[in-house]
Design a protein around this ligand. Structure first.
Ligand SMILES: Nc1ncnc2c1ncn2[C@@H]1O[C@H](COP(=O)(O)OP(=O)(O)OP(=O)(O)O)[C@@H](O)[C@H]1O
Length: 403
């Protein structure tokens, strides 16, 4: 699969730009802050309907604009689909597939599949559970788009239930216990329902991913200890009790519902929702110890790379060669890991690379080079293309400030 055409309007630092790309390696070079990551982020958004670095959409819209537009034509095995997204600074986003508007933006999930490697990936190993949940959810969105819908519903129910829990204690002291309990019963049922769908999808993806992570880690760090991943549910180990097949949504729903009843008193005391996939984690284990807190800097990087490389393998095993994006990641790695990463991504159908310093890219990674510059005249920074070794640029562009 590859992105053939990409057009952006008012997306972060890009007022307007269009690219025609090929199934090959394209390297975007430019100084720090010139807008290279913004390009990859726009394509990542088409694939997952979220940014890899912010949790809300507003920062994606160019300062002063009402909406950002991203249009991507994706070619897969000779078939092509065009996704048009309008990302609103405030209010609802809109989407179209082949110019036909779709009712829900999430209908575009699955059209573009991508794995993005970024300097922030170290946080997958060293950061909070939320980083690892996001990693799993991004994969779920690409592999099981229907479950991504359940996640949106779950988040909505979680927000409403959490708001209720915050005020529940005071309401009960005012004598409104019956009303609080019956409202909680309704939210509990919905939380267990959507929570079970989210958990089952995550478990299924993690089960498929686990052996691939172990294999990828062993090839990146052959002298290290073996790496394993496992999904840990806040509702307890029973959630992961099925034997190899897809986890049972109904079984998980019952466990979540029971646990919610057990912890209700505690939840009301603390005013927070204690059970559900928003409290789960993806455990990363090196040898017999959790990688977080025990793995060295180099081991942590190897683990982060293994998670991404395994994601590529998993998407490929599902029948589609994903677009691989490397966001200035070579600069973070030592020579051996750089070479491994270059070697593992060499056979990608489309490889999109960014670099602030071209020398950071291993010699083996060659391809089309596009230079990104900026104009800082008045108002917010404007990213522009100032060089392309496949095209003659207009003189005014070539004169813009470049790296
Ligand atoms: N919503 C926005 N509107 C206008 N400009 C924005 C917006 N969001 C980010 N920018 C600008 O985009 C630039 C950052 O772009 P980006 O993260 O793509 O940089 P980069 O080239 O990848 O840099 P680095 O090499 O440091 O990672 C900054 O100059 C920032 O001011």
């Amino acid at each position: 699969m590859f992105v053939r055409d990409l057009a952006l309007r008012d997306f972060r630092s890009w007022p307007s730009v269009e690219f025609t790309l090929a199934p090959e390696t394209t390297i975007f070079v430019g100084r720090n802050g010139f807008g290279k990551t913004n390009l990859l982020e726009s394509m990542f958004y088409v694939a997952t309907l979220r940014s890899h670095r912010v949790s809300t959409d507003a920062p994606l819209v160019r300062s002063g604009a009402d909406a950002a537009k991203v249009s991507a034509t994706v070619e897969n095995d000779g078939r092509e689909l065009t996704v048009d997204l309008s990302i609103a600074a405030v209010g609802a986003n809109k989407a179209a597939i082949n110019t036909r508007p779709v009712r829900r933006t999430r209908e575009v999930l699955g059209i573009l599949r991508t794995v993005l490697f970024a300097p922030e990936d170290l946080a997958l190993v060293r950061g909070d559970p939320s980083e690892r949940r996001r990693f799993v959810d991004e994969l779920v969105a690409q592999l099981r788009p229907l479950a991504a819908g359940a996640k949106a519903d779950y988040d909505r129910v979680l927000r409403q239930r959490s708001a209720l829990l915050k005020t529940a204690g005071a309401a009960m002291r005012r004598g409104e216990t019956d009303s609080v309990m019956s409202t909680l019963d309704v939210w509990d049922a919905q939380l267990a329902d959507f929570g079970a769908q989210v958990t089952a999808a995550r478990l299924a993806v993690v089960r498929q991913l686990a052996p691939l992570v172990t294999g990828a880690y062993a090839s990146i760090a052959p002298h290290s200890r073996p790496a394993h991943i496992t999904y840990r549910s806040a509702a307890g180990p029973d959630v992961d009790s099925s034997d190899g097949g897809d986890p049972s949504i109904e079984g998980i729903r019952e466990i979540l519902a029971d646990r919610l009843i057990e912890v209700r008193g505690k939840e009301i005391d603390r005013g927070v929702c204690l059970i559900g996939p928003h409290r789960d984690d993806l455990e990363l284990i090196l040898g017999d110890e959790p990688a977080k807190g025990f793995a060295s800097h180099g081991e942590s990087w190897s683990f982060a790379l293994a998670l991404r490389l395994a994601s590529v393998d998993l998407l490929r095993a599902d029948g589609v060669d994903p677009v691989i994006m490397l966001d200035d990641v070579f600069a973070e790695l030592d020579v051996r890991r750089r070479e491994k990463l270059a070697e593992f991504t060499a056979d990608a159908e489309q490889l999109l690379v960014t670099a602030a310093v071209a020398d950071d890219i291993p010699a083996a990674v060659g391809g089309r080079r596009i230079s990104v510059g900026v104009t800082d005249d008045d108002g917010p920074r404007r990213s522009v293309v100032v060089g392309d070794d496949r095209a003659d640029l207009p003189a005014d562009r070539a004169e813009s400030r470049s790296s």
